[in-house]
Structures are given as structure tokens and as C-alpha cells.
Design a binder for this molecule. Structure first.
Ligand code: PLP
Length: 484
């Protein structure tokens, strides 16, 4: 019996073959060891991967991180698009210390705070005028969960309780809590939890490199892809659909894929026509990373709810936010007057102080200009160093949010075999070479494809870009030898 049980478990794990094993942390020895700098010391931390030993972080200086052995890593991905001000920004640390001196925490059921009030006001200053209310939480998944529940409560309070379905896109990622995971369209992340996820619906991503046809104009492709939303709404019945959720630039799962021109304009029209809210997830691409403070500013569409996190606190504190437009806020304010949600650490005063200092720094130091300038340089250097290589399919993205898609064949765009473990091996080798980048597998459909995401700090200088591109080229050359 016991034998049968393990066979079944093994078979279940084999779904998606080796990829699932990797997803669950069973990585081959040579890849595991890549993270091992500390030998086989016992750890009581329940790490992301049970069998990988990580270097221990010691300190951060500007765009560099240093481990306990003094090894230096150029942070080319901000961890996961978080550290937009680098790792030792004095203004943010000072703001946090000042807040700590005054009061570290006061529960939002009893008090508001100067730092949360200031943060919400500051965020609204950079939003269109119909956005005047910010719900502050502690991270990206919490922001998305809050937005989903806000959408539901909006329709309940507006007398449309039958609206209960979300539509999102295949290959999107909106977080790992059950609600956020349910709307996300990344198959391997969802797979083991599917039976306990709320049913949600997915349409095709806007992913021109893969799906725009040769004889199709960009606009025709945008309209064809956006119109899938209309078809899905009609299939489900508009009276049942609450919201469409999308990342303006798809980050972790697809590798910095921006929408094509006209896509979000058409999406907005469809949402308006069928009384469906538009929730934009700017957890990764927001707070200046795309070259504008909000990525949607570069689209011809305004959302109803926007989720933020990651770069909002620049990694100095965990923080997230949902910015609600007046229509959503007012329905709740004029109805029950109470958003039925909440977390103990929401609007944490120290996190809010860090976020205020982060935003002020971005504007005082004109870092959006820096993002746009360094973006041009980074793209240029990446293109001249990598574009000719037979396994580089696409270099894309906006601002300092760039993706490199790897392929086995440039012409056919056939992906590298999963068995190359290209993402794991690139991450490992890059770390050995003193570079942090963010590779991922499953780019195309959650199983096939590989990409590398780059999201360096906004303070990156030209000589750092030379170092980044040099180390990445070396890493790719070394790893490509293993998949020949
Ligand atoms: N939404 C997007 C677009 C993300 O990229 C992420 C994280 O990568 C999340 C939500 C979830 O954020 P967190 O990991 O802070 O919960």
C-alpha cells in the first residue's frame, strides 16, 4: 500500500516532467550546489527550496550586494524588481528611523498616521484626478487580493451581486495567495492548488513576438487580441463578470512583455461597454520602472483600480497599495461605508515613511529621466553583445524593465528544451560570476520557453551597465555550452 502511495505521489510530481520537479525544489545536484557557499550547515528556516543552500547576505552598497564571504554581486534585477534605489539609500533609511523614533506601529483600527496620510496623498498626486483613495497593505499579493475583494464589494454595493467572475490572461502572475493565484494565468504555479482555487477565466496574452502574424499590422494584432475579452465576457454573460485583471507589462512569467499599441485602449472600451472593472497590476512594472511613474500612463487607457508594491518601498520595507477611483470608492462609502477587509500591518507607519521617501527621491533626483536614459544604453549594449547569438530570440521591455527571450532556433522561434534547465543554470552561473539576474522557465505557456528578466536599480551608472552586459554575456556563453 505504502509503495502504491509513493508511486502515485511520484506520478503526480511528474506532471510537466522535470519542470515540476524543479518547481517543487528537486533540482539536479550541480544546480543545487550553485547556491551553496555555506556548505551543508543546518538551517531552521523553511526556505523557498528545501534542498538549496543560499549565500548569506552581509551588506548592500548602491547597486551591489555582498555576501558573508565578501563576494560582490551586481544587482541587475532588484531581487524581483524591488530595489529601485539600490541598497544603501540614506534618505529612505533616515525617514524610517525618524518614524521609528516617533512611533513604530499603531493599529489602523485605532489611529491613522502622518506617514500613511502623506503617502496616499503623494500617490494620488501622480494619478489621474478621479483617483483619490489609496488602500495600503504590505505586499503585492495583498494588494491584488484587496483589489479583487474591492471589485466584488463594489458590485454588491451597487446592486449587482450576480457579478462574480474575474477574467485575466494566460501567462499572467498576480501573486501567490489563493485569490491572486486563482486569477493568475501561470499554469505551473496554479497546478497543485487548482482544486482549491476559485474558478477564473483566461484569455490570450498580448505577446507580439509569439502571436502577431507576419502579415498583421500591430494595431490589427492589438484589436484581435483585445477582442478576446469581449468574446469571453459574452460567453460568461456580462451580468456575471466583475473585472478584467492585467499587468500593463507582463513581468516574472513572460519576461517584460509590453502590450502593443491600441491594446489597452480597446480593453478599456470593452470594460466600459459591459460594466466590467479594469484592474491593472503594476506591482512589478509600477513606481517608475517602465520609465513613467505608472506604466499605464504610456497606454491610452485609465484603470479603475491599480495595484502597487515591490518598488513602492524600494525594498527598505514591505509595502503594497491599491489605488481606487472615485466610482469604486464612492459606491462603498455611500453604501455600507466599510470595506470588509483589513490586515494587522496595513498602512504600517514605518513602511509608509519608507515609501514616501522612495517616491520623493524618485522625483527630487529626477530618476524617471535616468530610467529612460539608462534604458536606451542598456538596450543598446544588450543588443550589440547578444542579439546576434543563435539562442537570443527577443530583447524587449520598457524603461529599466527588460526581458531577453531565449530560443533554440531564431527562425522558427522554437524554445530551448526544458531539459536544458536554462533558467536555473543561468541564475547559478550568473551568481558565480557576481551578477544577479532573474531567469525563468515556462515563458510561452507555463511549461515551454525561457527568459531572463532585468530590472536594475534606477541609480545604475553607465560603467555598471558595461559590467552587467559583460557578466551576462559571459554567463550565457558558459551556460550555452551545456545545451549544445
Ligand atoms: N503581481 C505581480 C505583477 C507580481 O509580479 C507579483 C510578484 O512578483 C505579485 C503580484 C505578488 O507580489 P508579492 O510577491 O509581493 O506578494
Amino acid at each position: 500500500m505504502l509503495w502504491c502511495f509513493w508511486v502515485v505521489v511520484f506520478q503526480k510530481l511528474m506532471v510537466g516532467e522535470i519542470y515540476s520537479l524543479v518547481a517543487f525544489g528537486f533540482v539536479p545536484d550541480d544546480v543545487c550546489k550553485s547556491y551553496t557557499l555555506e556548505g551543508t550547515q543546518m538551517s531552521y528556516v523553511f526556505h523557498r527550496h528545501c534542498h538549496a543552500t543560499l549565500p548569506i547576505i552581509d551588506k548592500g552598497e548602491g547597486v551591489y550586494l555582498f555576501d558573508k564571504h565578501g563576494k560582490q554581486y551586481l544587482d541587475a534585477c532588484g531581487g524581483a524588481a524591488v530595489s529601485n534605489l539600490g541598497h544603501s539609500h540614506q534618505a529612505v533609511k533616515k525617514a524610517m528611523l525618524e518614524q521609528l523614533e516617533r512611533v513604530p506601529f499603531a493599529h489602523t483600527g485605532f489611529f491613522t498616521s502622518d506617514s500613511s496620510e502623506r503617502l496616499a496623498e503623494l500617490i494620488c498626486q501622480y494619478m489621474p484626478e478621479q483617483f483619490n483613495h489609496v488602500y495600503l497593505v504590505s505586499g503585492g499579493s495583498e494588494a491584488v487580493e484587496s483589489a479583487l475583494k474591492m471589485a466584488r464589494q463594489y458590485f454588491v454595493e451597487s446592486g449587482k451581486p450576480e457579478k462574480k467572475q474575474f477574467i485575466a490572461r494566460q501567462q499572467s502572475y498576480h501573486g501567490n495567495t489563493l485569490g491572486a493565484l486563482a486569477v493568475g494565468g501561470n499554469e505551473w504555479r496554479r497546478e497543485p492548488f487548482k482544486p482549491i482555487l476559485h474558478p477564473s477565466h483566461h484569455i490570450a496574452p498580448c505577446y507580439a513576438y509569439r502571436y502577431q502574424q507576419t502579415h498583421e499590422s500591430e494595431l490589427d494584432y492589438s484589436l484581435r487580441t483585445a477582442n478576446e475579452l469581449e468574446a469571453k465576457i459574452l460567453e460568461l454573460g456580462a451580468e456575471n463578470v466583475m473585472a478584467f485583471v492585467a499587468e500593463p507589462i507582463v513581468g516574472a512569467t513572460a519576461g517584460a512583455v509590453p502590450a502593443t499599441q491600441g491594446y489597452f485602449k480597446r480593453i478599456r472600451e470593452i470594460c466600459d461597454q459591459y460594466d466590467v472593472l479594469l484592474i491593472l497590476d503594476e506591482v512589478m512594472c509600477g513606481v517608475g520602472r517602465s520609465g513613467s511613474f505608472f506604466a499605464f500612463e504610456q497606454e491610452e487607457a485609465e484603470p479603475d483600480l491599480v495595484c502597487m508594491a515591490k518598488g513602492l518601498g524600494a525594498g527598505y520595507q514591505p509595502i503594497g497599495a491599491v489605488v481606487a477611483n472615485d466610482r469604486v470608492y464612492q459606491a462603498i462609502a455611500d453604501g455600507s461605508g466599510f470595506f470588509q477587509h483589513g490586515h494587522t500591518f496595513m498602512a504600517h507607519p514605518v513602511a509608509c515613511a519608507a515609501a514616501v521617501a522612495t517616491i520623493e527621491t524618485i522625483f527630487q533626483d529626477d530618476l524617471l529621466t535616468a530610467v529612460n536614459q539608462q534604458s536606451v544604453l542598456l538596450r543598446k549594449e544588450l543588443t550589440s553583445a547578444l542579439a546576434h547569438l543563435p539562442y537570443i530570440g527577443d530583447i524587449r521591455g520598457k524603461g529599466l524593465f527588460l526581458g531577453i527571450e531565449l530560443v533554440a532556433d531564431k527562425e522558427s522561434k522554437a524554445p530551448l528544451s526544458k531539459a536544458t534547465l536554462a533558467d536555473k543554470r543561468i541564475k547559478q552561473r550568473a551568481m558565480e560570476n557576481g551578477l544577479m539576474c532573474y531567469p525563468m522557465g515556462g515563458t510561452i505557456d507555463g511549461v515551454n520557453g525561457h527568459h531572463i528578466l532585468l530590472a536594475p536599480p534606477f541609480i545604475i551608472q553607465s560603467h555598471h551597465i558595461d559590467e552587467l552586459v559583460g557578466k551576462l554575456s559571459l554567463t550565457l556563453k558558459e551556460v550555452a555550452e551545456t545545451w549544445k
